[in-house]
Design a protein around this ligand. Structure first.
Ligand code: UDP
Ligand code: MG
Length: 332
């Protein structure tokens, strides 16, 4: 199974997170197998390609199903997480495991919602030199009205808040082992993979597909989990919210300044009760200054927060000379 550098065709590992998917796994697993057989026959991938299931601490029979699939066919393999850690962590665990053995990975959900036929286009893009290929949903007709409205709102909010995400791209993507080795140096704990991969760089592109309905089972992403993912996404990708507070603080400071002048003027015009002007002045002024102060401190806290992530400052993906002994990319 070990990676062979001299192969002419790339070894593909399909990475599939699974959480309580006993209804859908027996249906979709053979579909994934058929897909890699077809890709092999089309001369796009090596015959050593694998389907890697990541059991994310399922409470049902998912792991037993994965184990029996692996016993039946060597092309099915699986890893299990010690407990449920969530979709993003499961995908990461699978990708980090896979990168040691393969040349390209494709992460995809196990529920059959994402069209596996888009993999052909993805692998072809890899052959054309792309290291990351994003699967983008072209239509959402099959999603419920609520799901598509909340999801569209999610992408808008993410971009509005300064987190760069590929519109309508979830976690269906091809990533080469080379890009994954660079990605390894992103040490953050708050994972938001779809926002992090664009930061890795390399040549990348998108392929479009139509999203379908879940084949069986039910979604594990209720509104509360979606909101948590959006919150994680925003706060781990950008410090814009802190800036917004600061902007608001400035606005209040300006308004309170106007309030101060107005209350002094009202005092001299004699249209107030005694003590009212000074009270309003102090209230407005302190309110503005406090918000401004919190905003400025917040800016620093935000910066420190980003720093503690220890993201690499640069990633060199190519060199002008060939060194067969040192094929690794350099990170600094
Ligand atoms: N998933 C996971 N851990 C979780 C929740 C979900 O590994 O805690 C997996 C799940 O098995 C599926 C994928 O993540 O393969 C996407 O989940 P789902 O289909 O429920 O989300 P939706 O498509 O409805 O947004
Ligand atoms: Mg799904």
């Amino acid at each position: 199974m070990k990676k062979n550098m001299h192969r002419s065709l790339p070894v593909l590992w399909i990475v599939i997170p699974c959480y309580n998917e006993q209804e859908v796994l027996p249906i979709t697993a053979p579909m994934f197998l058929e897909k890699i057989i077809q890709l092999q026959q089309d001369g796009l991938i090596d015959k050593e390609s694998r389907i890697l299931f990541v059991n994310d601490g399922s409470k049902d029979r998912t792991w037993e199903i994965i184990q029996s699939l692996a016993a039946d066919d060597p092309r099915y393999i699986g890893i299990a997480q010690s407990r449920n850690r969530g979709h993003q962590n499961a995908v990461l665990a699978g990708l980090m495991e896979a990168k040691e053995y393969c040349d390209i990975t494709i992460s995809i959900d196990c529920d059959g919602q994402d069209d596996i036929n888009a993999m052909d286009k993805m692998v072809k893009q890899y052959h054309d030199g792309c290291e990351i290929v994003y699967g983008v949903r072209s239509r959402r007709d099959t999603d419920t009205w609520f799901k598509s409205v909340t999801a569209e709102g999610f992408y808008r909010m993410m971009n509005g808040m300064g987190a760069e995400v590929v519109y309508n791209h979830a976690d269906y993507r091809l990533v080469s082992a080379k890009a994954l080795r660079a990605f390894e140096s992103f040490h953050e704990v708050n994972l938001f993979l779809r926002g992090m991969f664009p930061l890795v760089g390399f040549k990348s592109t998108s392929v479009y597909y139509e999203r379908r309905e879940r084949i069986a089972g039910k979604s594990h992403y209720p509104l509360s989990k979606m909101l948590a993912l959006a919150m994680d996404g925003i706060t781990s990708m950008s410090t814009k919210p802190i800036r917004l507070i600061m902007g608001f603080g400035c606005l209040v400071a300006v308004i309170s300044f106007i309030g101060v002048i107005w209350s002094i003027a009202a005092h001299f015009m004699g249209v107030t009760v005694a003590g009212w002007s000074s009270m309003v002045c102090i209230l407005c002024f302190l309110g503005g200054i406090q918000l401004l102060g919190i905003g400025i401190i917040g800016e620093y806290v935000g910066k420190t927060y980003m720093e503690t992530k220890h993201r690499p400052r640069y990633i060199i993906s190519e060199k002008t000379w060939e060194d067969p002994e040192d094929t690794d990319i350099r990170i600094g």
